[in-house]
Design a protein around this ligand. Structure first.
Ligand code: GLN
Length: 547
């Protein structure tokens, strides 16, 4: 088994996760089995308790682990299946060490960062290797070199490489090469210093991936090679992508990164066949059609808050050969200016998941607008609860209907706390989480779209549809098309007398890939395209004649 460690220097938000994921794509295309793992130096046990402002999206795995959004990139770029073992935080490491200490497992020793904390980190790398049976384990270390909190992880991977032997481990360092406009030059000094920082603690990166807004010329590459002590061909340019993050594997292949990695690790495998990926990129870059849809949320100014939702929309666009422009609509603006003004002319309306009261009334207005105007609607988690409250208020006439999350005293709690949640007081990792089976109703739109009667989808919520209201909803034309196999909770709802009105309690966005777009997103985008074309409110233009 071979191990590749990805570190980052100079600045944060370099896209280390994407680099690791794209390398994963390339290695898989060479026939290798790959797994990816993320180490996060913060002390939270997982990101589940962090605000989207702090952390962006919380990505949920099949086993219910709430993880860093880089794991979303790993799953979208590769076929690896991930579990809670693929994301380790300092919080988890210390929790394990302290539990052991309390159990007396250190037998009178002083418990220290080296070796006790670092050993715990080694265990996790070995564990993931054993579980995955991968040929290559890619481990990404979060944060930036020089951060105090990242030190135990760096020390641990240094020791680990020593233990398993140099030819089995590879260090790849992602840095930033800034362009100084006034001088008209790219600057390598920050890269030199961040590699020097790594060397100080005994890690000699063998590959330097330089993120940059411009091409690296020969001179810059030579400079990085000389000062960072890596061969010329191990200086890899990673320029900002022109159109899409999915171009990255092809860019890195042109830089021969995968070839270099295989050479270093002594992996004798065929070259990567990327034809399928090239076809995806073609559709991404030059789609036949274009479409505008709305995502109505409260974190619309944060690019990372609805990451997987945006990605799933892009994948669905590829499946429909349609470039989708996402209008990020602030739910608060709908409250202020009305849905007509904010949503008119858009091909579809998507309300994603969310917590907390802000913006809820705006989302309810968006759902009403979609239902009444026949605009395709896709509701995800909170987006399903919103659709239900809207229907209760405006179709069933239950004017004060609400979710008890937002109005605990509502006379009509159409959305209420799950029974299993009633005794829960701790916040971390206590929601209904992870993949569960859902049975689809024969003849429903959902069953037709999935082409199946049982599906597995991932969850992250505490509230659910209150089944006491089920009959009243059904009598008014609301269809409950998906019910969880075990708990009999409502999972999917739809309105049949509508071009496309579908909402789910689960998060389909976590299971969409460019190579396998999710059926619900795919049909939502197809319906939005049809709606846009027919309503003439959006011009579905041929890109070549339109630009
Ligand atoms: N806040 C809602 C709940 O807890 C919805 C959660 C979500 O959208 N992820 O049930």
């Amino acid at each position: 088994m071979k191990y590749l460690f990805v570190t980052g220097g100079v600045i944060s938000s370099l896209g280390k996760g994407l680099t690791a994921a794209a390398l994963g794509t390339l290695l898989e295309s060479r026939g290798l089995k790959v797994t990816l793992q993320k180490f996060d130096p913060y002390l939270n046990v997982d990101p589940g308790t962090m605000s989207p402002y702090q952390h962006g999206e919380v990505y949920v795995l099949n086993d219910g682990a709430e993880t860093d959004l880089d794991l979303g990139h790993y799953e979208r770029f590769t076929n690896t299946s991930l579990s809670r073992f693929n994301n380790l935080t300092s919080g988890q490491v210390y929790q394990t060490v302290l539990d052991k200490e309390r159990r007396g497992e250190y037998l009178g020793k002083t418990v220290q960062v080296i070796p006790h904390v670092t050993n715990e980190i080694h265990n996790r790398i070995y564990e993931i290797g054993e579980q995955s049976k991968a040929d290559v384990v890619i481990t990404e270390i979060g944060g930036t070199t020089g951060d105090i909190e990242g030190l135990p992880f760096l020390e641990a991977i240094r020791e680990f490489a020593l233990e398993i032997g140099r030819h089995n481990a590879l260090f790849l360092h992602v840095t930033f090469v800034p362009y100084i406009k006034a001088a008209g030059e790219l600057k390598t000094k920050p890269t030199q210093q961040s590699v020097a920082k790594l060397r100080e603690i005994g890690i000699m990166p063998q590959i330097v991936v330089a993120r940059s807004e411009h091409h690296l010329n020969k001179e810059i590459r030579q400079k990085i090679s000389l000062f960072c002590n890596v061969p010329y061909e191990a200086v890899i340019e990673e320029k900002d992508v022109d159109h899409s993050i999915y171009e990255l594997p092809l860019m890195l292949q042109r830089e021969r990164l995968d070839e270099l990695v295989c050479d270093y690790l002594g992996l004798d495998v065929p070259t990567a066949d990327m034809r399928h990926w090239q076809e995806i990129i073609r559709k991404l870059i030059a789609p036949q059609h274009r479409l505008r849809i709305a995502v109505v949320g409260k974190y619309i100014d944060l690019n990372d808050a609805y990451k997987s939702v945006y990605e799933a929309i892009i994948h669905a666009g590829v499946a429909n050969d349609c470039g989708v422009d996402i209008e990020k609509v602030d739910a608060g603006d709908i409250e202020k200016y009305g849905p007509e003004k904010m949503l008119r002319g858009l091909g579809g309306i998507l309300v994603p998941g969310g917590f907390g009261e802000r913006g809820v009334e705006g989302k309810i207005q968006a759902a009403r607008y979609a239902r009444e105007q026949g605009v395709p609607y896709l509701g995800l988690c909170l987006g399903m609860q919103i659709a239900t409250v809207e229907f209760a208020r405006n179709v069933l006439g239950l004017k004060k209907a609400h979710s008890t999350e937002f109005d605990p005293d509502t006379p009509d709690p159409v959305i209420a706390l799950l029974d299993e949640q009633k005794e829960v007081t701790r916040k971390g990792g206590t929601m209904r989480l992870g993949a569960q089976s859902c049975e689809l109703k024969v003849g429903s739109r959902a069953a037709h779209l999935y082409g199946a009667f049982i599906v597995e989808e991932r969850h992250r919520h505490r509230y659910e549809f209150n089944s006491e209201y089920q009959e009243r909803f059904e009598a008014a034309g609301f269809v409950f098309s998906g019910i969880s196999a075990e708990q009999k909770l409502v999972e999917l709802v739809e309105i049949s007398d509508h071009p496309f009105y579908l909402a789910c309690q689960f998060h389909p966005e976590f299971q969409s890939k460019p190579s396998a777009p999710h059926p619900l997103f795919k049909s939502f985008i197809a319906a939005a395209f049809t709606y846009a074309t027919h309503s003439h409110q959006v011009t579905a233009k041929r890109v070549d004649s339109g630009r």
